[in-house]
Write a protein that binds this ligand. Structure first.
Ligand SMILES: Cc1ncc(C[n+]2csc(CCOP(=O)(O)OP(=O)(O)O)c2C)c(N)n1
Ligand SMILES: [Mg+2]
Length: 342
């Protein structure tokens, strides 16, 4: 099999950082696969997968100041969340709806990621609403800096807002309004569009009449770039440049990752009704983890034995996380009435 090569490595990316990125991708993939398995066993109600999007998402987690910059994610961002510091136990507790679950104390459905300690803000189930939240956060960052309340070079403070959105959801008004704000105010923001070519069963050609979401960016006065979303090095480079622009007060960037979800839209979807087996198989040849592993081995940063070991460790971590999440108690019934605003 011919494995597609990756782009050049950014000079400041250390060997240790590259290997950590690889570990995060593998951890997320094993966790994601486990979620599908426990769904099919009838143990959880729902899962929405990041399989195929790992290069895009892990690059994003590593390109920003992790745990400090604001992130307004969307439901498919599991690998990004793992990259930002969410643990497999956190995720599995959310799927099982167990007490102490980090995003909402088991009040939200799974994959509505948030984590106060990591500056990851809560999302609504209505697609595209998160990008308006990110524009507001970016506006607040800029306002505080302009009023002298925060030093723009203080790296302990959030200096940008990263938000993610699927290509289909860029047809919502929220996207256009947020892009307009981003352009008018030069907001310190990254609009990461994960273009996996489908909005559930609707192919991208039926969603929009231009080939790229990035083509829309200049109309708002925002630069838009198209990147191979299955190439972690190319994604990292583009997102790192976008982050630097934001930190330097130059404004926001739209980064469009061309990728593919290798699973159905969610555990409720049957993708055989709208796409061919051959199409899915062809994209599996461009698996972002496979490509990165191949690159790491070529660069002699990884051996086959190391890769096996990393895989084994991820599997063991997921096993332990599942046991812990399953054994954890459910919240008490009264918890259903907590945090409800009248
Ligand atoms: C406002 C709104 N309309 C419709 C839905 C139902 N819905 C959930 S996901 C989705 C498809 C989104 O596709 P895309 O933005 O391409 O993201 P992807 O799931 O492909 O990553 C739709 C229509 C919703 N959640 N919110
Ligand atoms: Mg999509």
């Amino acid at each position: 099999m011919m494995v597609q090569p990756l782009e050049k490595r950014e000079e400041h990316l250390t060997d240790a950082a590259l290997l950590e990125m690889y570990r995060v991708m593998v951890r997320s993939r094993r966790l994601d696969e486990r979620a599908w398995a426990i769904h099919r066993q009838g143990r959880i109600a729902f899962h929405v997968s990041a399989i195929g999007h790992e290069a895009t998402q892990v690059a994003a987690a590593f390109a920003i100041h992790r745990g400090v910059d604001y992130v307004a994610p969307y439901y498919r961002d599991l690998a990004m969340m793992i990259g930002l510091g969410m643990t497999p136990v956190d995720f599995l507790k959310s799927l099982f709806g167990k007490a102490g679950e980090v995003s909402s104390g088991a009040r939200q459905m799974g994959s509505h990621f948030s984590n106060k300690a990591l500056n990851i803000v809560s999302t609504s189930a209505a697609v595209a609403t998160q990008v308006a939240h990110a524009a507001g956060l970016a506006f607040a960052i800029q306002y505080k800096q302009r009023c002298g309340l925060v030093d723009p070079h203080d790296e302990t403070q959030p200096r940008l807002a990263l938000t993610c959105i699927g290509e289909g959801s860029t047809n919502q008004g929220d996207f256009h309004e947020s892009m307009n704000w981003m352009g008018v105010f030069k907001l310190p923001m990254i609009m990461l569009v994960q273009n996996n070519q489908y909005a559930i069963s609707i192919r991208v050609e039926k969603q929009m009449a231009v080939p790229n979401v990035a083509d829309r960016a200049p109309a708002f006065g925002v630069p838009g770039v198209v990147v191979d979303g299955n190439d972690i090095l190319a994604m990292y480079r583009a997102l790192r440049q976008a982050a630097q622009r934001a930190y330097d007060g130059e404004g926001g960037t739209l980064v469009e990752a061309k990728t593919y979800r290798m699973t159905p839209h969610s555990s409720d979807d049957d993708d055989r009704t709208y796409r061919s087996h051959d199409e899915v198989e062809q994209w599996k040849q461009k698996d972002p983890i496979l490509r990165f592993r191949h690159w790491l081995i070529n660069e002699t940063l990884l051996t086959d034995a190391d890769a096996e070991q990393i895989d084994h460790e991820a599997q063991a971590e997921v096993d332990a996380a599942q046991a812990e999440a399953e054994e954890a108690p459910y919240p008490p019934a009264e918890a259903a009435l907590g945090d409800v605003y009248a």
